[in-house]
Design a protein around this ligand. Structure first.
Ligand code: DGY
Length: 332
């Protein structure tokens, strides 16, 4: 008998062929335990519900670390419903022979769309326009009122030209933009020019961040980063909040070091309504919903189910993050 814990209800419903129905069919409904609440299980509840489990389908809100792996030695697979997996200690999973899978590719377009939604909303001052209407400040049409930034023909800097960065860059061709990029992927799948970080900051009118969160990227968008950007430039982040030094971003917006920002991710999440970021000047915020279309989240759930089932069987799948875990598992 193979048992799994799913840490939240999955998108896609529960009908035939849905992600959760596939899991129930593969393992038997009684062996699939789904956390029923909107908020994630507490650490205690997580440990309690995973007792005797072979696999976990988890989210970015669940911490998978050595303490968990030692407490739950029966777990053989962890399937993350996200492409980023900074909540999972992958080396520890590998050492314990636990396969880790994620959900790449299927969310690249939705997340790139969100980066563009933020870029365009910040450039064309959509929140300020709405505020003006709401506050009765919309007077007669005036040629100098609510002026904003042109997008067409300008320069987009992509920081992190991976799958999502590439999807964001490809969208720039519709706006006749010049695309610059910097980061580790050497041959990205879009037309653009590789430049140093300094050159990217100095030349870009818009900068969109698409890096994973790790020791190298944590806090990389700091005061010096913002100082090197152009004064009219707009900063967009749909990757992870801790990549940005948030007080430095707020200061850069307040003193006009940069023109505006659009963020889908921040620190902490959820962001309290009284956080200084909410009141910062020229900022557009969305609550970490880059991949949140019904279609994309359903595909992510299917991919996570595939990963969980394959991982527990010791099979390799394309989105297995740590193939070395399978060798370690065969020695268990
Ligand atoms: C991811 O996939 O990493 C997102 O941030 C969650 O939608």
């Amino acid at each position: 008998m193979t048992r799994v814990f799913v840490t939240r209800e999955l998108p896609g419903g529960a009908g035939d062929g849905s992600p959760i129905a596939r899991l129930r069919e593969a393992l038997g409904a009684e062996n699939v335990d789904v956390w029923p609440e909107f908020d994630p299980p507490s650490r205690e509840a997580f440990l309690e519900r995973t007792e005797g489990c072979d696999g976990v389908l988890c989210m970015i809100t669940d911490r998978i670390d050595t303490e968990f792996l030692e407490a739950r030695p029966s777990v053989r697979a962890v399937a993350q419903l996200a492409v980023g997996y900074d909540n999972i200690d992958v080396p520890a999973c590998t050492a314990h022979g636990v396969a880790v899978t994620n959900t790449p590719d299927v969310l690249s377009d939705a997340t790139a769309d969100m980066a563009w939604a933020l870029l365009m909303a910040a450039a064309r001052r959509l929140p300020a326009g709405r505020d003006a209407i709401e506050q009765g400040q919309w007077g007669q049409w005036n040629p100098t009122w609510m002026l904003s930034s042109e997008i067409t023909g300008r320069t987009l800097g992509i920081l992190g030209p991976g799958r999502i960065g590439a999807a964001a860059a490809r969208r720039a061709s519709g706006f006749d933009m010049t695309v610059l990029y910097t980061g580790h992927s050497e041959k990205p799948d879009f037309p653009g020019t590789f430049v140093s970080l300094d050159e990217l900051l100095e030349r870009s009118d818009f900068i969109s961040v698409h890096v994973p969160l790790n020791d190298e990227t944590r806090g990389m968008c700091d005061a010096s980063f913002f100082r090197r950007m152009r004064r009219h430039a707009i900063f967009v982040n749909t990757s992870r909040g801790p990549v940005v030094d948030q007080p430095a971003l707020i200061a850069a917006l307040e003193d006009g070091t940069i023109a505006a920002a659009g963020l889908d991710v921040m620190t902490p999440e959820p962001l309290p309504p009284d956080d200084p970021l909410v009141r910062a000047k020229n900022i557009v915020l969305s609550p970490h919903v880059g991949s949140a279309t019904l279609e994309t989240r359903t595909k992510m759930a299917h991919l996570a189910v595939d990963g969980l089932l394959a991982g527990m069987r010791g099979e390799t799948v394309r989105h297995l993050v740590n193939p070395e875990a399978l060798n370690a598992a065969s020695r268990r």
